[in-house]
Design a binder for this molecule. Structure first.
Ligand code: ATP
Ligand code: MG
Length: 456
C-alpha cells in the first residue's frame, strides 16, 4: 500500500472533545464512514460519526446530554456544545444476516468494526487524537484509483444486505468510481433479488441519489445493472423508446425538439443534470416523466408516476406534487397569451407550481440542446412573474367577498353561492381591478336583477 498522502482532516471542535472524553474514560474513539471518505475524496464532509469501544451504558455515564438514537444497535446521540448531535456507535460486528438487515453484536476492536462495513471507501477510520488512519482494506487507495469494491466477498456482502447493491450504485455515481469486476458481477446477479427490500429503504436510496449533484451516473448504473428493470419497470420501458418531439404541438415556448437519436431515458438523464440538486420534486418529476406511453401523453406519465410513488410509499404530499409537475410539464402558455390567458394558466397549474414548471421546461430545452432561455421564453417568464406579483385571485376563496357577504345581501344559501363566486372569479380573472368588495356586490346585484327580469 502506498504511504497515505498528507490529508488534513478538519473535524468540528466537538468531535475532538467527544474523543477526549471517551479517551479519558479509557475508550478508543475513531471517526469513520462518510466524513472520512468525503475528506479523502477532497469534498466537504457531512456528518461526523464516531465509533468507540465504549458501550451505550458507558456513553450515557460519560456524556451529560445524550439521545438514545438506536441503543439496540449501539448508537447514542451526543449533544455537542455547538447544538448539533453527534452519533457515537459502539464497535460492532455482523453475526447473522437475513438479506435485509444484518444483526450485529458489539465488538472490541476498530478492525472488526471496519470489517463489517460495506465498501472499502466506507471502511476507513481516523483517530482524532493520534491522527492515525486505519485503512485495512485499502479504501484510500481505491478512492484515489477511482474504484468501488466491497469489503470482502461481494456476493456474500450483498446476500447479507441487499441494500448494499443500491448503495454501490449510489456511491459509484456520486464519486465517479468504476465498480470493480467482482463487485459488478455480484451487483448484476443480485439485481433481481431486491424484492425483500422495504419500500422505505428503496425510496430513501432514490432520494439520496437525487440529492447528488450529478444523479444520472448512478441512475445509468441502475439501468446497466438491471436494477431499474427490477425496481422501476415503468422507467425501464423508456429505455430505447424514442423521446417525444414536443415541438410538433406548435407550442413554441416549450418546443424543445429532442434529437431523434436520444431515447426517453437518455433524455430524462440529461434533464436531471440541469435541475439543481435541492429541487427534489422537480428532479423526481423529470425522472418520472420518462414513464408512461412516451407519446407525449403527460396523463399516462402522471399515472405511472403515481404508481411508482405509491409503491415507494412516498407521502401523499410528495406524490401529489410530483404528479402535478409531471402532468403540467411542457405545457407552457403561448408566448402571445393575453394577460387573462396567463392568469388562467396560473390558476390551472397552481401559483406555487409556476416556478417549478418553468424550471422543468427550461431544463427540457437545455437537455434537448435548444438554446436554454430564448428571448420568447425569457419574455414569458418575465410576464408570468409580473402576473404572479399582481396577487390577483386564483381561486374563489381569494375573492374580496365570500358566502357570508352573499348571505348579508339576502341571497338564499345553496349551490347558487358556488356558481356566483365562480362567475365572479372569471370576471376578476379578466380584470383584477374588479376584485373589491363593493364592485363585486354591485355585479352580484346586477346579475340577480337581470335573472329576476328574465326569469332565470
Ligand atoms: P452518506 O451519509 O453521505 O450517504 P455514509 O457513508 O455516511 O454516506 P451512512 O448510511 O450514513 O452512509 O452510513 C455510515 C457508515 O456506516 C457507512 O460509511 C458504512 O461504513 C456503514 N454502513 C452504512 N450502511 C451500511 C450497510 N448497509 N452495510 C454495511 N455498512 C454500512
Ligand atoms: Mg452518513
Amino acid at each position: 500500500m502506498s504511504p497515505p498522502t498528507k490529508i488534513e482532516f478538519a473535524p468540528p471542535r466537538e468531535v475532538m472533545r467527544i474523543a477526549r472524553m471517551l479517551a479519558g474514560a479509557g475508550h478508543g474513539a475513531w471517526a469513520v464512514g462518510g466524513a472520512i471518505r468525503d475528506t479523502l475524496a477532497g469534498l466537504a464532509p457531512g456528518d461526523w460519526d464516531l465509533t468507540t469501544s465504549a458501550r451505550p451504558a458507558d456513553m450515557r455515564r460519560i456524556f451529560k446530554r445524550t439521545v438514545p438514537v438506536g441503543i439496540a444497535h449501539g448508537t447514542v446521540g451526543v449533544l455537542g456544545k455547538d447544538g448539533r448531535m453527534y452519533e457515537v456507535t459502539t464497535f460492532r460486528r455482523d453475526v447473522e444476516t437475513d438479506g435485509r438487515r444484518a444483526r450485529v453484536r458489539f465488538a472490541d476492536t476498530i478492525d472488526e468494526d471496519l470489517d463489517r462495513r460495506d465498501f472499502t471507501i466506507n471502511a476507513v477510520a481516523w483517530n482524532p487524537l493520534s491522527g492515525e488512519l486505519r485503512d485495512p482494506h485499502g479504501g484510500a487507495d481505491d478512492l484515489r484509483a477511482g474504484i468501488l469494491r466491497t469489503v470482502g466477498d461481494a456476493r456474500e456482502r450483498f446476500t447479507e444486505d441487499r441494500l448494499r447493491v443500491l448503495r454501490a450504485l449510489r456511491f459509484a455515481g456520486r464519486f465517479d468510481l468504476r465498480i470493480d469486476d467482482a463487485t459488478w458481477s455480484a451487483v448484476r446477479d443480485a439485481a433481481n433479488q431486491l424484492g425483500g427490500l422495504s419500500a422505505e429503504r428503496i425510496r430513501e436510496e432514490l432520494y439520496k441519489v437525487l440529492r447528488v449533484p450529478s444523479p444520472s451516473r448512478s441512475l445509468t448504473l441502475y439501468e446497466q445493472s438491471d436494477v431499474l428493470r427490477e425496481l422501476y419497470p415503468e422507467l425501464q420501458a423508456s429505455v430505447g423508446r424514442p423521446a417525444t418531439e414536443r415541438s410538433a404541438s406548435g407550442d413554441v415556448a416549450s418546443g424543445a425538439a429532442v434529437p431523434r437519436d436520444v431515447d426517453s431515458w437518455a433524455h430524462a438523464m440529461r434533464l436531471l443534470e440541469v435541475i439543481p440538486a435541492h429541487k427534489r420534486h422537480v428532479r423526481l418529476a423529470a425522472l418520472m416523466h420518462a414513464a408512461g406511453s412516451g407519446a407525449g401523453d403527460t396523463s399516462a406519465s402522471a399515472a405511472a408516476a403515481r404508481r411508482i410513488m405509491r409503491r415507494l410509499k412516498a407521502s401523499n404530499a410528495d406524490t401529489d406534487r410530483v404528479m402535478h409537475l409531471v402532468a403540467h410539464h411542457g405545457q407552457l402558455p403561448d408566448p402571445a397569451a393575453t394577460a387573462p390567458e396567463l392568469r388562467r394558466w396560473i390558476r390551472r397549474v397552481g401559483r406555487e407550481f409556476v416556478r417549478d414548471v418553468l424550471r422543468l421546461s427550461a431544463a427540457d430545452r437545455i437537455a434537448s440542446g435548444v438554446e436554454p432561455i430564448g428571448p420568447e421564453l425569457a419574455a414569458l417568464c418575465r410576464r408570468l412573474r409580473a402576473t404572479l406579483a399582481e396577487r390577483a385571485p386564483m381561486g374563489p376563496d381569494e375573492l374580496a367577498i365570500d358566502g357570508s357577504d352573499l348571505r348579508d345581501m339576502g341571497l338564499p344559501p345553496g349551490p347558487l353561492y358556488g356558481e356566483i363566486l365562480r362567475d365572479l372569479l372569471e370576471r376578476v380573472t379578466d380584470d383584477p381591478a374588479l376584485n373589491d368588495p363593493e364592485t363585486l356586490r354591485e355585479i352580484v346585484r346586477g346579475v340577480s336583477q337581470l335573472n329576476k327580469e328574465t326569469g332565470t
